[in-house]
Structures are given as C-alpha cells and as structure tokens.
Design a protein around this ligand. Structure first.
Ligand code: SF4
Ligand code: SF4
Length: 444
C-alpha cells in the first residue's frame, strides 16, 4: 500500500520513553471528586441529583437537556453530593457536582445485555448514549451522536478509522490500551458494524508502537474482526482527524466540513474500547486511562483514574514530584493546556498530565516575525500562520476568517518551529474562539 503523507508536520522530541513500558495501574478515588457539567462538546448537562443526596458509583448525576448535544455524566464513586456550584476546571470554570466519596465503591447494578446479536441499531445507539461516552482523544464529541449517521447519508460512511496514532509527545496511554486491551478494541471495532455494516474498518497507528501493532494484529486474528491495520510514518500531527483520513484514504476533508463529507468516521481506540464495555458489559464511562509524565514527575506512568479526581490528588497518589515543576500541563506539550492550579478535576477528555522541570519551561522571549516562512512550511492545514498571527494581533477577525483561520487545528507545529519564539498557536486558539463567537453573533 502506497504511504501517503499529509503536507507539513514536524518531528518534536517525543518523550514517550518515560512511560511507554509502564503498564496501566488502577488508582483508588480520593475523598472529594468534582464532576463538571461541561465535559463534552455541546451545552452543559443538567444535574440529576441534589445537594445532600446519596449516590452510587455508576449512577447518572447529570444528563443533557432534551434535544441538546451532550453526554450523561456518571459518578465514579459512592458517597454524598456535597455541593453543586461553579468550580475551577481545566481551562476555565464550570458548574460542577462535588461528591464526597464514602470509600465503599457501592455500584448500581450494571446490566449486561443478554444477547447483543438481538440488538437493533437503535438499541446499540441508546446503550452508547446511556453510557455517556465521548471522544476520548480529546475532542469530547458525544459518541452516540457521531455514530448516529442517517441510514443513507450522502456520501455513505464507507470507512471507519480507529485512531491509534497518539502522535502527541509524552502521551502513551493509547499505546498501553492497545497493548493491554487489544481484544476489547477489536471486539469494539466489530461492534461498529452495528452502525456501519458496509464500511471497512481500518486502524491507523504510527510505526513507533511495535508492541501495539503486534497486539492489535494478533487480536484481530483471534477475534475474527475484519480490521485492517495500517502502520503510518511517525510525523506530528499524524493523529489529527483530517491528517489521519488523508493518510489512510487519500481524501481531503473540505474546509468547515466533517469527516462524513468524505465518507469517513474516526474514533479513538480508547473510545472504541468503551463502546465495547458499554455494549457487552453494560458499564458506563466512569474512569479513563491517562498518562502522568514529565521530567519533574517522580514516578511517571499510565493510570486508570476515576473521573472527577482532582489533579492534586492524582499527583499525590502517583508519588508527587522529583523536583519542583516549572509548568503543569493537562494533555501533551503540543496541544495541552497549562494549569494555573491543580485543584481541577480529571474529565473525560483528559489524556495526560505533564509536569516539566523549570529549565525546560524557560522559553526565550517573543521576538518580531522575520518572515522566514517556516511556520507556513510545517502547517498541516496549509495556512499562512504568520499572516494569521498578525491578523489576530490586529484583532482583524474578518480577515482572520477570510484567510482560513478557523481551519487551524491548534496543533502547535508553527509555534514549535518559529525561530522568533512567537506564541502563534496560543494566539490562533484565542482568535478562533473570538472570531467564531463574533460570526455566530452576527448571524443571530
Ligand atoms: S497551530 Fe494552526 S496555524 Fe499553527 S501549524 Fe497548526 S494548524 Fe497551522
Ligand atoms: S516561523 Fe516565526 S518568524 Fe518565521 S515567518 Fe513564521 S512567525 Fe515569522
């Protein structure tokens, strides 16, 4: 098969050696857990519990309002609701349900379907929706909505891509999930046929995960899943949806369009495993596997963490710091969000916590653009990053939109490569929010 490579891209230091051989360890919940009502794309959920109410692990504590985009939120502990109030979260503030654990992990009875073969497509969609699954690669799009393609969309979805690329430096949780739960993933992939019976199933992952490649190949044979395994060159941001689709199918998703427009659907491998857990074991999304890493962390590794766990509790549970961190990031170094505080909860989209040492975070000051064009060369979306950066600084949002600024996938390749240390991606991220909000307001 001919290898296609998307345009642009970079080879940052990958830092994966810190954790890629660390098996997943399950962590017990802390005393206080926080469940933000906004942890998916769409409107915030509505609380389904009241202050003072006792809850069980696996109980729905918040649900999307009728007709809105969203996903159920389940408690990851048994205990009592202590508060429903605004709380700091990664990247801002949100209304949240605060639950104090009783340490007993009393669960709701999880109902395993008697016979998945008797499930209709609607039954399967309802089970995925009830489980509160969202895209665990960070996009947080409600999975049941993504799977609910009209029976005859134009064009039909003919390719379902499992995203195991995990191109973000330092993060290895998807690698470990593929190595340790390969059969769950292949069975989950087979279940995708409930939604797209005629589509081909392709797993895309980078060549730097040889153990995962072998595990997934063996599991595909063992389970009889008709899953094509496509090993891709190591290039950041290979795991970005549009770049992955191009690498696997040669199709380019047009500006402003979804993968469906080119007959594709992409699901992260951890998401596919949770589809399996929901449909076969009746288990909702209550925890997730993430990577805690960085040169400042005493014991980097991969951990299964109850959702709602505070980052401070998580860091303490894994042994704290080897040295004073200069910066703590939710996610990876390229696309992650710097944390100003650690009393914020792990949510569905948190794939990692990275703590860098002080010397690693002492960046050189921003300098004026020298028009070297490197940011343009590496941009996988073909954008003139330096021009967009200038338009954003000038607050020319109409110009920003005309130049394609909303197509920016916030990969950070431009910032990484800029010799003038310009904070292009951060600037793009803010400009995109402002430009999109203004465009929406102008339409109303
Ligand atoms: S952050 Fe945006 S502008 Fe910069 S390289 Fe990535 S897609 Fe291009
Ligand atoms: S890489 Fe930096 S200095 Fe070079 S053109 Fe882009 S913004 Fe300007």
């Amino acid at each position: 098969m001919r290898q296609r490579l998307f345009r642009g891209g970079i080879h940052p230091f990958d830092g994966k050696g810190l954790t890629k051989d660390k098996a997943i360890v399950s962590l017990a919940p802390g005393k206080t857990l926080v469940f933000p009502l906004s942890q998916h794309i769409g409107a915030p959920c509505l609380p389904q519990v009241e202050k003072g109410q006792n809850v069980l692990r696996g109980q729905i504590v918040a649900s999307p309002s009728p007709g809105s985009l969203g996903a159920n939120i389940h408690s990851s502990v048994s205990g009592v609701v202590k508060d429903i109030a605004p709380r700091p979260i990664i990247g801002g503030r949100s209304m949240a349900i605060v639950i104090e654990s009783d340490g007993q992990a009393r669960e709701v009875p999880f109902v395993r379907p008697d016979n998945i073969l008797s499930f209709t497509r609607e039954d399967a969609l309802a089970a995925v929706a009830a489980a509160g699954i969202v895209g665990l690669g960070g996009a947080c799009f409600p999975t049941s909505v993504k799977l609910d393609a009209p029976p005859d969309p134009e064009p039909a979805v003919d390719t379902v891509i499992l995203n195991g690329a995990e191109c973000e430096p330092y993060l290895t949780c998807d690698d470990r999930i593929m190595r340790e739960y390969a059969e769950d993933i292949t069975r989950g992939a087979a279940l995708m046929r409930r939604f797209f019976p005629d589509a081909r199933l392709v797993l895309g992952l980078e060549a730097n995960k040889p153990e995962a490649i072998e595990a997934m190949r063996a599991a595909a044979v063992e389970t009889g899943a008709d899953l094509e395994i496509r090993v891709l060159p190591v290039m950041y941001p290979q795991g970005s949806e549009k770049q992955l689709i191009y690498a696997i199918t040669g199709r380019s998703v047009p500006s402003g369009q979804l993968p469906r427009s080119v007959g594709c659907l992409v699901q992260n491998v951890a998401t596919v495993r949770h589809i399996f857990l929901a449909l076969i074991r009746g288990r909702p999304l209550m925890d997730r596997v993430l990577t805690v890493t960085g040169e400042a962390v005493a014991n980097p590794g991969n951990f299964r963490v109850p959702l709602g766990t505070l980052v401070s509790d998580l860091l303490e549970a894994v042994g704290g710091f080897a040295e004073q961190p200069g910066k703590i990031i939710a996610g990876g170094p390229m696309m992650g969000v710097a944390l100003g505080r650690t009393d914020v909860p792990i949510v569905k989209g948190t794939s990692g916590i990275l703590a860098q040492t002080v010397p690693m975070t002492l960046g050189a000051p921003e300098q004026p653009c020298i028009r070297c064009g490197r940011c343009v060369e590496v941009c996988p979306m073909g954008l003139s990053a330096y021009r967009l950066n200038r338009l954003a600084v000038l607050e020319d949002y109409d110009g920003f939109i005309e130049e394609g600024g909303l197509d920016c996938i916030e990969c950070g390749s431009c910032s990484y490569t800029c010799p003038s240390c310009r904070h292009i991606m951060q600037c793009m991220r803010e400009a995109k929010r402002t430009a999109a909000a203004r465009r929406k307001a102008n339409k109303e």
